[in-house]
Design a binder for this molecule. Structure first.
Ligand SMILES: Cc1ncc(COP(=O)(O)O)c(C=O)c1O
Length: 501
């Protein structure tokens, strides 16, 4: 057989070539083999219009053939319109293909036509919801949850630090990093946590991760066996719930009230839970702060049953009415708390940097688990972030954002009062970048959120945060990325949606 065209592209200095298996003993001449390989790759969409083609010299050397067959093949492909030559740009795949192929599907969209045999995937994977069905998770703009004021980020400072670090990468920085993450960054995080969050830790207990999500994944992997009961807040953070569900744990929804997680209810439902997952500084999504007595009760429970507490402290840097509340980890005398923090709110979520403070005796376990996930976190942005914190930009940015978000939050609360009045109850506006409005029982929050998304209002339906039937409808409204001037209009649109106008 003469020719094989495989799909993965092979990189060359001047452009991309399909993989061409040359058969010197086959009946087809070499130029025909090369021609057929390109033609097939163009027709099946593996090579796209406008894509650069390697020079004849480069391809001949890669294939280990003389230049003549390559020149011949290219000449034919040019003559038939598969290639075009652009002065200064070399040879590229033509954007208008010869007629006989114009009726086929667009390049790159073709998929294998036939499939046979079972295509079974893990059942725990198929239980995960598909992102596409929840438009509010994807939209960018008014009331989007977890969205920061990107236009207020000190990009000039950040980009200077990125440039400085990239220019000065030493040879060691090209290799795998430490499993715990950059020492420089861990030391700055430890300093910050001790001062700002009353967390007890040193740099050797800190693992830099790609956001809280990876911290949760590693913690669940280290701590939870399939079938173990795990307390989750009800309502709670869906992304945490799904991590524990994927780990095969037995989810125990524990109600939250104004004092946070109802520890007594948890004990009643599953005293011997392996883990309790909590958001004590700003409960997600209802926004309550866990009371001191509940914190102590939870720690007592964990100590007496040998359970672990996972404290997700995702947005406590922003508190508007009072000083930030100290972390549960800081009053834990028995090293039962795994403390998770993130830079997603204080900087920006696409950075994918967070950290976990691990009890000393579990550090090796976390490291072993991390090794089989991503080995170590990417190096460059860790060093940039360490510089950003050390040079004072981080503290300054938080101070500025606190003022900005305070204004946005106050405008949102005032607009809700004015437009929605007694129709809703506002919760959790004392901290963070979102608040929650609770609607009368039975309100169709999911349906309204779908309609709101069509008007570019990205409100999250509260009912999706519950696992039991004891659902309260409402919305989670982000204000981080919604300028104060746009908030009143957004709330008016929300009122119209609620009143069916
Ligand atoms: C409860 C909670 N934890 C953590 C996060 C942040 O996750 P990550 O650090 O993976 O971006 C969020 C974001 O909305 C959150 O609501």
């Amino acid at each position: 057989m003469a020719i094989l065209v495989a799909h993965p592209m092979k990189r060359s200095p001047s452009g991309l070539a399909p993989i061409i298996a040359i058969d010197r003993k086959g009946p087809e001449p070499l130029h025909r083999q090369i021609y057929d390989a390109y033609r097939t790759a163009i027709v099946d969409g593996s090579l796209r219009p406008g894509q650069r083609i390697p020079s004849t010299r480069v391809l001949a050397s890669e294939l280990g053939v003389s230049r003549f067959p390559v020149l011949n093949a290219y000449a034919q492909l040019l003559a038939e319109g598969y290639f075009t030559s652009r002065i200064g740009a070399g040879t590229v795949v033509s954007s208008s293909l010869p007629d006989q192929f114009s009726s086929t599907a667009p390049a790159g969209t073709r998929v294998a036509a036939t499939r046979s045999g079972p295509r079974t995937v893990a059942s725990r994977c198929s239980m995960l919801p598909r992102l596409g069905v929840s438009p509010w998770l994807l939209g960018w703009g008014a009331f989007g949850v977890g969205q920061v004021a990107a236009d207020h980020f000190p990009l000039h400072i950040w980009s200077n630090l990125v440039a400085r670090r990239s220019r000065n990468m030493d040879a060691r920085a090209f290799h795998y990093g430490e499993g715990l993450g950059s020492k420089a960054l861990r030391e700055t995080i430890a300093g910050y946590l001790k001062t700002a969050r009353s967390v007890h830790c040193d740099a050797e207990q800190i693992m830099v991760v790609s956001g809280s999500q990876q911290a949760l994944q590693i913690a669940a992997g280290v701590l939870v066996d399939p079938g173990n009961p795990v307390w989750i807040e009800e309502p709670g953070y869906r992304m945490a719930r799904e991590v524990f569900a994927l780990a095969g744990s037995h989810l125990i929804p524990v109600p939250v009230d104004r004092e946070g997680l109802d520890v007594a209810a948890g004990i009643k439902r599953a005293r011997k839970a392996r883990v309790a997952y909590i958001t004590p500084s700003h409960q997600f999504p209802l926004g309550h702060t866990m009371s001191a007595s509940r914190r102590l009760q939870l720690l007592d429970w964990a100590q007496s049953t040998g359970s672990w507490i996972i404290e997700d402290d995702y947005d406590s840097e922003y508190r508007y009415e009072s000083l930030p509340v100290a972390a549960v980890q800081g009053i834990d005398a028995d090293s039962r708390v795994i403390y998770i923090g993130t830079f997603s709110k204080v900087l920006f979520p696409s950075l994918r940097l967070g950290y976990v403070v691990i009890p000393s005796d579990l550090v090796d376990r976390f490291l072993a688990f991390r090794r089989v996930t991503d080995i170590s976190p990417p190096g460059l942005y860790q060093e940039v972030l360490a510089d950003f914190i050390r040079e004072g930009h981080f503290a300054r940015h938080i101070r500025r954002m606190r003022v900005l978000y305070h204004e946005r939050r106050s405008t949102l609360v005032a607009s809700i009062q004015e437009e929605l009045g007694s129709m809703v109850q506002v919760l959790g506006s004392e901290a963070g970048m979102h608040l929650t409005v609770v609607l009368p029982d039975g309100s169709p929050d999911v349906e309204i959120a779908h309609r709101a998304a069509q008007q570019n209002l990205w409100i999250w339906p509260l009912s999706t945060s519950y696992v039991t039937d004891a659902v309260r409808p409402g919305f989670i409204l982000g204000f981080g990325n919604t300028p104060a001037a746009e908030i009143p209009q957004g709330v008016r649109e929300l009122r119209n949606l609620l009143t069916g106008k």
